[in-house]
Design a protein around this ligand. Structure first.
Ligand SMILES: [Zn+2]
Length: 260
């Protein structure tokens, strides 16, 4: 039974939250326009809005023969390439899980991770509009008996966020520079929610290893300097896809002592 004191405290908390709501509203209104669904996609050359029929993956590119229907400017082949990659990964997920909740959850994860990889590569940005839903969907999947226990998922999210957050601040205090962004913490928290805390260290080692090889190659090739910020999400997100398909084997390979 709730004591009289509990009831009073809860009422006070509720009142404070209601009073705070206008402040949250203002905060939301002040946020930059990062809505990915709006405005509609447009031709990068003439601004022609891409209609639904011109936006069918792969098919539209083939029908339009790789050109804007309004101005004829060639459309970058990276769009159909990304659509093809997503399609192949979707087929692999369907083949692996069969029809059911794990399949739909995995499709959402794969779609989010592919989008994050290319957005981070282009814009050095991992939008909250993708990382945060991935985080809570991962927790929900665990709560309904998905890939890992809810316990492992919650600690995975915490470990994912705090590990990169700690490195970020240590690096910033030591060098005054920012090694990566807050989106990276949120993405690793999401991957922790999907794959459990046991997966965090393997994912970080894998991403940092591949990232270091690519980074050194780019520096040697003169395309980047040591001071360039690392788009870590470009490596974290594909590591998440790898975990989906080969999780236990990846963990066994990288961390024989923790693997199970
Ligand atoms: Zn155009």
């Amino acid at each position: 039974m709730a004591s009289h004191e509990d009831v009073e405290r809860r009422a006070a908390l509720k009142k404070r939250l209601l009073e705070a709501r206008p402040a949250f509203g203002a905060l939301v209104a002040a946020m930059p326009d990062e809505d990915l669904g709006r405005p509609r996609s447009r031709c990068g050359s003439c601004g022609h809005p891409i209609g639904a029929l011109e936006n069918v993956p792969l098919v539209s590119y083939a029908v339009l023969r790789g050109r804007c229907s309004a101005c004829g400017t060639p459309i970058s082949p990276r769009y159909p390439a990304i659509e093809l990659l997503t399609g192949l990964l979707f087929a692999a997920v369907a083949w692996r899980y069969g029809l059911g909740v794990p399949m739909f959850a995995s499709l959402a994860l794969v779609a989010g991770l592919v989008a994050l990889t290319f957005i981070d590569a282009d814009a050095m940005l991992l939008p909250d509009a993708i990382t945060l839903p991935l985080l809570w969907v991962g927790l929900l999947v665990a709560a309904f008996g998905g890939f890992v226990s809810l316990h492992d998922a919650v600690w995975g999210a915490v470990a994912g966020y705090l590990s990169l957050w700690s490195v970020f601040w240590l690096y910033k205090l030591a060098t005054g520079k920012e090694g990566f962004g807050y989106g990276d913490f949120k993405l690793l928290a999401a991957l922790g929610a999907w794959f459990g805390w046991q997966a965090i260290l393997p994912i970080v080692l894998l991403s940092a290893g591949v990232g270091a090889v690519v980074g050194v190659t780019l520096i040697v090739a003169g395309r980047k300097t040591m001071a360039s910020r690392l788009p870590f999400g470009v490596y974290l997100a594909p590591a998440g896809v790898l975990m989906l398909f080969a999780g236990p084997r990846v963990i066994d390979l990288i961390l024989p002592t923790i693997g199970q």
